[in-house]
Design a protein around this ligand. Structure first.
Ligand SMILES: CC(C)(COP(=O)(O)OP(=O)(O)OC[C@H]1O[C@@H](n2cnc3c(N)ncnc32)[C@H](O)[C@@H]1OP(=O)(O)O)[C@@H](O)C(=O)NCCC(=O)NCCS
Length: 210
C-alpha cells in the first residue's frame, strides 16, 4: 500500500515570451509516431528510459516530440501539446489546450548543459517551429522541483494555480478543487474532490494517461 502527496504548480506565460536573452543556436527536430524507436533511443542517450507503450500512448493522445540539437550534440528533448488536451494524471484533470497555445510536457535538458538557459532556448525554438503563432505557454511542475520552477520563472512563467492530490494506491484520491479554466476542465468528474478510480473511471484514466 502506498500513500503519496502530489503538489503541483500550474504555470503560464503569455506572449511575448522569453524576457531573458536567448540565442537560437539550437536546431529543432520533430519526431513523429513513425519514429518511436528513435524517441526511445533519444531517452537512452540522455540516460533515461521510456517504454514503447508509453511513447505510443503519447502520440495517440496528440502529444508532439522534439529533439533540440546543439551542433551534433543532443541538448534537450521535450513533449508538448499544441492543440488537444493535457491530462494531469495525478489530479485526473483533462485540461483543454486550444489552438495557438502550447502545454509543455516532460522537457529534459542534458545534465552537462544545465544552468545555461537551455530550457528557455529550447522552448523558444519549439515555439518558432509551430505553424501558428502561440499566445500562451502553459506547464505543470512538481512544486518541489526547484530547478524546473527556477527555469520556468526565468523564461517568464508565473504560477497560476497550486493543486494537491493525496493518492492512496493510485486508486483513491483526495484532491484540490478544480481550478477555473476556459474552456472548462471536464474529466474525470472534476466537481468531486474525492475520486475513486474503478470501472469506467479507471478505464478512462488508463486511456488518457501518457
Ligand atoms: C528543469 C530543467 C529542464 C531546467 O533546464 P536548464 O536549462 O538547466 O534551466 P536553467 O538554465 O534556466 O536553470 C534553471 C535552474 O537550474 C539550476 N541549475 C543551475 N546550474 C545547474 C546545474 N549545473 N545542474 C543542475 N541544475 C542547475 C539553478 O537552480 C537554475 O536556476 P538559477 O539560474 O536561477 O540559479 C533541467 O534541470 C532538467 O532537465 N531537469 C530534469 C528534468 C525535469 O525536471 N524537467 C522538468 C519537468 S517539469
Amino acid at each position: 500500500m502506498f500513500l503519496h502527496l502530489h503538489d503541483i504548480a500550474i504555470l503560464e506565460a503569455s506572449a511575448p515570451f522569453f524576457t531573458t536573452e536567448t540565442h537560437s543556436a539550437l536546431r529543432t527536430e520533430e519526431l513523429t509516431s513513425n519514429h518511436a524507436q528513435t524517441v526511445i533511443q533519444s531517452y537512452a542517450s540522455l540516460g533515461r528510459r521510456i517504454g514503447e507503450e508509453r511513447v505510443a500512448g503519447r502520440f495517440a493522445n496528440g502529444l508532439k516530440f522534439y529533439r533540440l540539437w546543439l551542433g551534433d550534440k543532443l541538448a534537450a528533448t521535450s513533449w508538448i501539446v499544441s492543440e488537444g488536451h493535457r491530462y494531469i494524471d495525478e489530479l485526473n484533470w483533462l485540461i483543454p489546450v486550444p489552438t495557438g497555445e502550447i502545454w509543455l510536457r516532460d522537457i529534459f535538458v542534458s545534465p552537462d548543459l544545465r544552468g545555461k538557459g537551455m530550457f528557455a532556448q529550447s522552448l523558444k525554438s519549439i515555439v518558432q517551429q509551430q505553424d501558428r503563432p502561440c499566445t500562451f505557454l502553459r506547464s505543470d511542475v512538481d512544486w518541489s522541483n526547484i530547478e524546473s520552477m527556477r527555469a520556468h520563472a526565468k523564461a517568464g512563467f508565473r504560477v497560476k494555480a497550486r493543486a494537491r492530490a493525496l493518492d492512496l494506491n493510485g486508486r483513491l484520491r483526495l484532491r484540490s478543487k478544480v481550478v477555473p479554466w476556459l474552456p472548462p476542465i471536464e474529466q474525470i468528474t472534476p466537481q468531486q474532490q474525492v475520486i475513486w478510480l474503478r470501472g469506467e473511471s479507471l478505464t478512462r484514466h488508463r486511456q488518457l494517461i501518457a
